[in-house]
Ligand binder design. Structure first.
Ligand SMILES: NC(=O)c1ccc[n+]([C@@H]2O[C@H](COP(=O)([O-])OP(=O)(O)OC[C@H]3O[C@@H](n4cnc5c(N)ncnc54)[C@H](OP(=O)(O)O)[C@@H]3O)[C@@H](O)[C@H]2O)c1
Length: 243
């Protein structure tokens, strides 16, 4: 990229590991400057150092607990202060839950909904004024196949991803007049720490790789053409087709 060309900026939540980190690496490769958000400051700093060493982009690690309402505005402000723009928001941070709905306490329900559904909703709201100023504004929400179907013992997780899926459908329409593209990516089992805890029954070789989700993000943000792709639903090859 020519030195005179202004880089675009991406804010990626859940970027300390797993799918979010793979997306961050992919976006850096395309040339986005990055704001990376998660609770683990050490892991974020390590990711930032690795990504900056590999290329020419700048990376700002932002430690934040997305279950706290104060984080929504702060992460957007810190991103804009560092780079002066916000062109792409990737809501990827998420928390899993496993067990019968009869064992769920209200505090656990609140915690999972706070990170999986409430945070993306309000981060989108905070990001909107910045995205409206972008030449190529995009929001990508990472939901799950359980945003469409229900797996036994994942009642809260599945409900929260249904909430995120539903919000994304409305968001896409409400920001359409501003030229902001909104994409929903709904993966099946991906080989990350989360799935190790939730689905130890799935053979590791059958899982998707985080890089496959990052590849879809690259496709969405780099593709040419006038058409728009609302969503990707990506399942493990061993799961039932069109189920
Ligand atoms: N793995 C799968 O099979 C799968 C399938 C479909 C969808 N997804 C979705 O993909 C996204 C990424 O999942 P993953 O598989 O990569 O899981 P992961 O490896 O457990 O990563 C989760 C990420 O979210 C961050 N996070 C969790 N709680 C947070 C909080 N309170 N505040 C800020 N950041 C928080 C974590 O960082 P810290 O712990 O450092 O805060 C981490 O970066 C999630 O939304 C998940 O629901 C995953």
């Amino acid at each position: 990229m020519a030195e005179t060309t202004k880089r675009m900026t991406a804010l990626v939540t859940g970027a300390s590991r797993g799918i979010g980190l793979a997306i961050a690496r992919e976006l850096a490769d395309i040339g986005y400057n990055l704001a990376l958000v998660a609770r683990s400051e050490g892991a974020l700093k390590q990711a930032a150092a690795e990504i900056e060493a590999a290329g020419a982009v700048k990376v700002k690690p932002i430690a934040a607990d997305l279950s706290n309402e104060e984080s929504y505005g702060r992460i957007v402000k810190e991103t804009a202060a560092a780079f002066g723009t916000l062109d792409l928001l990737v809501n990827c941070a998420g928390l899993a839950q496993q067990g019968s709905f009869t064992d769920v306490e209200p505090a656990e329900w609140d915690r999972i909904f706070a990170v999986n559904a409430k945070a993306p909703f309000f981060i989108c709201k905070e990001a909107l004024p910045w995205l409206k100023q972008s030449q190529k504004p995009i929001i990508i929400n990472i939901a799950s196949v359980v945003g469409f179907k229900g797996y036994i013992n994942q009642s809260v997780y599945s409900s929260s991803k249904h909430a995120l899926t539903g919000f994304t459908k409305v968001l896409a329409k409400e920001v359409q007049p501003f030229g902001i593209r909104v994409h929903l990516i709904s993966p099946g089992g991906v080989a990350t720490e989360m799935v190790k805890k939730m689905r130890p029954d799935i053979k590791p070789e059958e899982l998707l790789q985080p890089e496959e989700i990052a590849e879809i993000v690259r496709f969405l943000v780099t593709r040419k053409g006038t058409g728009t792709i609302d969503q990707f639903y990506l399942r493990r090859y061993s799961s039932l087709a069109f189920d």
